[in-house]
Write a protein of this length. Sequence first.
Length: 137
Amino acid sequence: MKKIEQIDISGDAGLRVRGTGLEDLFENAAAGMFSLITDTAAIRVTEHREIILETDDREDLFVQWLNELVFLFDTYGFIGKEFKIRIQGNSLTADVAGGIFDHDRSEKKLLIKDATYHGLSLKKLTSHWEATVIFDI
């Protein structure tokens, strides 16, 4: 099972993400999104961020999770590399380990504005979870 696939979308960027469980799916989506922004292998883990979210449904939780990570990048230059997520119902608690993007040393790929609801899909299949998300760039 391929965890992350980039989807070719005119004018935007998209990912199809898979995970063995819901937490794994959210972790893979975060890793995939950050890989659209930069080569995460070049980022050293120097700090942790805690994220707590509660929403009305899982699709909203998924989009808010990704948009919270976009906010951390836009505001602080924070790139997540390691994700420990707990989901209970429509609540998420995460510890995100990562580092600060260095414009002089790190490769800049896409500038992601936000994760959108356009074309959003989040579903449980027989053996895994799968999501499709489109990012506004």
